[in-house]
Design a binder for this molecule. Structure first.
Ligand code: HEC
Length: 95
């Protein structure tokens, strides 16, 4: 049990440091730990999207130029980040 806890903390620390300024932990409750879940049954499988597609969508949600019926929800998730942060984060997820 102790080993599992230590391993979990180590993994989280690693994941956090690799994730630019965007807090990915705020996203995976909807998108799944490996980003393959259709968030709220509406989103695409982000794990199958390319880095460029993800960057386009995240910046688009922020600008209000991208998205489906639930784009307002995603705007709330990304509005606080700079385009550069979103761009950098997009390279840490997807393919
Ligand atoms: C409350 C649940 C929820 C959270 C939290 C959330 N998302 Fe989303 N996400 C969604 C939904 C729902 C959609 C589809 C929105 C639409 O209609 O366009 C989506 C869409 C996306 C897409 C584009 C996929 C597509 O369908 O085109 C990306 C990329 C994405 N989210 C990344 C993120 C990131 C990065 C975060 C954290 C900063 C995040 N999401 C947090 C629910 C969530």
């Amino acid at each position: 049990m102790k080993k599992i806890v230590i391993a979990t903390i180590a993994t989280l620390a690693l994941a956090t440091s690799a994730m630019a300024a965007v807090n990915g932990k705020a996203c995976t409750s909807c998108h799944g730990a490996d980003w393959s879940k259709k968030a709220l049954g509406k989103s695409k499988n982000v794990a199958a999207m390319t880095h460029a597609e993800i960057a386009h969508s995240l910046k688009g949600y922020k600008a209000g130029t991208y998205g489906g019926p639930m784009k307002g929800l995603m705007k709330g998730q990304v509005a606080k980040y700079s385009d550069a942060d979103l761009e950098a984060f997009s390279h840490t997820i997807g393919k």
